[in-house]
Design a binder for this molecule. Structure first.
Ligand code: 5GP
Length: 171
């Protein structure tokens, strides 16, 4: 394992996730169901912590996309697997680990809009401050510098997802 500098500790993340859930609870209300859709694999930890603080009835679903990071073209994101249930006329919250260029998110929003949900909102644990997609994300945990981050679900070549904090590799 490489040496890592902690960017956000487990405690900081837990506090921020709670704050985001509070806003979602206030905006959505307690009664109507919410379909929470996690983008695998990176969002699994954020989503599992987030849903535990939500007070409305929640359905959980997942999808997975493959993207080619060296290419900035939106056409180079493809669906690997899709939702298991229809979301027509339902309120959907898409949960992402990190939004960088926004290409993955734009692809996912177009894909989910085509399923005709009643509403579609987005929560992302992290947002890269160089990105140009801030207006697409309703709930952001932390805005991070333009560095490769790992931990709390985010990987580097498949590793480091299990770290309880978000970090960057030491130089
Ligand atoms: P975008 O399409 O917004 O450029 O990138 C989104 C996806 O790229 C994320 O869901 C994530 O899988 C990956 N990604 C972008 N930046 C990082 C990063 O700093 N660390 C990790 N682990 N993945 C990243």
């Amino acid at each position: 394992m490489k040496q890592i500098d902690v960017l956000y500790s487990a405690e900081q993340i837990a506090a921020r996730v709670k704050e985001i859930a509070k806003v979602i609870n206030e905006e959505h209300g307690k009664k109507a169901e919410l379909v929470v859709v996690g983008v695998l694999k990176g969002s699994f930890m954020f989503m599992s912590d987030l849903v535990r603080h939500l007070t409305m009835p929640v359905r959980c679903d997942f999808l997975r996309v493959a993207s080619y990071h060296h290419d900035v073209n939106t056409g180079n994101v493809r669906m690997e697997f899709d939702l298991t249930q229809p979301v027509v006329d339902q309120d959907v919250l898409l949960v992402e680990d990190i939004v960088d260029t926004g290409n993955t998110l734009r692809f996912l929003l177009e894909h989910l809009h085509s399923k005709k949900p009643r509403s579609l909102s987005v929560a992302s644990l992290l947002y890269k401050d160089v990105g140009k997609a801030r207006d697409l994300v309703n709930y952001v945990g932390f805005t991070v510098p333009d560095k490769y981050v790992i931990g709390y679900g985010l990987d580097s070549e498949g590793l480091y997802r299990s770290l309880p904090y978000v970090g960057i590799f030491k130089k």
